[in-house]
Design a protein around this ligand. Structure first.
Ligand SMILES: Nc1ncnc2c1ncn2[C@@H]1O[C@H](COP(=O)(O)OP(=O)(O)OP(=O)(O)O)[C@@H](O)[C@H]1O
Length: 394
């Protein structure tokens, strides 16, 4: 078995003169996993996250990063903070330079990266968080959401192997929050291990592979989201409520309108199940295909060709590189976040859709659509587009 990304071993912690905020915490995070640390106010989430890069030191017990126990001398801490990026809940605590550029450049500058490479890292990180062109702005004149993005860019510029986010979507509007979650998905796909804290059960249910439930400084459970969020006793003990999608599913099952099954993973799954039990749906028609274009193949030709066949084609774009390519080609996409599930919903409504992305994200689209087809029994097709070819089917 591979070495875990992070291990907490019998970790306890008390702020000076206070009772224990963390009580004998033991769990580990798989390398490359995306985990949500979920719990009510005051549960100990922030305190636990601050252990991950040595900002706080346990009163007893240890934190192990990639197989090595954290040491608390200045040199070791510098090295740990390069490998473990941390975005704080309060961005004001993280931003201090006079310009956005200097703020994002601060980390790379401190580890001796050349000016040219720093320029590139800053530009790429700002583009990734949707703030290209903000370089000369003073961070303290930005909105709360923009500050959060600058803080994220500063962490991305260090290319950490582990990302720790304390309430990543707080102070972001819903679309901005969804874009940041998509960015986290992209980073996860590049192999980064992600641990975020939240009390947003909707977000944790739809996004995380694993959920760690914490209340009153203790871990109540660590497991797959559906197992944890379906457990009403656990939810009550953690002062949380069941995600809306699960709650609706349980109500429909209890009223015998729906067969008990694996809980729905997202809106496409739920919409499909409702369509199956509702007369008058369009289930008898075959779904529209989801076209898929790798930006490496060039975007203008295939889009023009597809638009002549489908004038009402919807275009979704996933990932930083693809967004940049589309911006350069002056093509405005219809969907920029939640792209795969939105595209599945369009396909089920028999509306033509094209997803533009690149690299490993191509496989992610195929895997998610295949997974949906398998669980729903509805055969959806993904048609990878090439310059003169729109017919290959998975
Ligand atoms: N600087 C501090 N000094 C003393 N006690 C603190 C300090 N920070 C947090 N605590 C206490 O530690 C406990 C855990 O707080 P923590 O901020 O880790 O919880 P949290 O789960 O992140 O909460 P929230 O969701 O409200 O941000 C709480 O009882 C809190 O009052």
């Amino acid at each position: 078995m591979s070495v875990p990304a992070i291990e907490f071993k019998q970790l306890s912690f008390a702020y000076s003169g206070r009772p224990d905020s963390l009580k004998s915490i033991t769990f580990s995070l798989r390398r490359g996993s995306k985990t949500a640390l979920v719990g009510p106010n005051g549960a100990g989430k922030t305190t636990l996250l601050l252990m991950c890069n040595g900002t706080l030191r346990p009163t007893s017990g240890t934190v192990v990063i990639g197989g090595g126990e954290i040491s608390y001398d200045a040199r070791s801490l510098r090295e740990i903070r390069r490998r473990v990026g941390m975005v704080f809940q309060n961005s004001d605590a993280q931003l201090f330079a006079p310009t956005v550029y200097q703020d994002v450049a601060f980390g790379p500058l401190n580890i001796g990266i050349s000016d040219e490479d720093i320029g590139r890292a800053v530009a790429e990180s700002l583009f990734a968080v949707g703030l290209a062109g903000y370089e000369r702005r003073p961070p303290h004149h930005l909105s709360g959401g923009e500050k959060k993005r600058v803080a994220i860019a500063g962490v991305l510029a260090m290319q950490p192997e582990i990302l720790i986010f304390d309430e990543p979507t707080s102070s972001l509007d819903p679309a901005g929050a969804a874009e940041i979650m998509d960015l986290l998905d992209e980073l996860h796909h590049q192999g980064v291990t992600i641990l975020l804290s939240t009390h947003d059960v909707e977000l944790a249910y739809q996004w995380a592979d694993d959920v760690v439930l914490i209340a009153d400084g203790e871990i109540l459970h660590h497991g797959p989201p559906a197992t944890i969020f379906c457990d009403t006793d656990l939810m009550r003990r953690a002062h949380l409520t069941m995600p809306t999608l699960l709650s609706l599913y349980h109500h429909l099952v209890a009223r015998r309108l729906m067969q008990p099954d694996i809980p729905p993973g997202g809106i496409p799954d739920m919409a499909q199940r409702i369509e199956e039990i509702t007369p008058g749906g369009i289930a008898q028609d075959a779904p529209a295909p989801i076209h898929l274009l790798d930006t490496g193949e060039g975007v203008n030709g295939p889009i023009t060709a597809l638009r002549t066949i489908y004038p009402n084609l919807r275009i979704g774009v996933m990932g930083t590189a693809a967004k940049r390519t589309l911006a350069e080609a002056a093509i405005i996409p219809d969907v920029t976040y939640g792209v795969i599930d939105t595209s599945i919903l369009h396909a089920l409504r028999r509306e033509p859709v094209l997803i533009i992305t690149t690299g490993g994200m191509i496989e992610r689209v195929k895997a998610r659509v295949l997974d949906f087809s398998r669980t729903s029994g509805i055969s959806l097709s993904v048609l990878p587009l090439r310059e003169n070819d729109t017919t290959e089917e998975i």
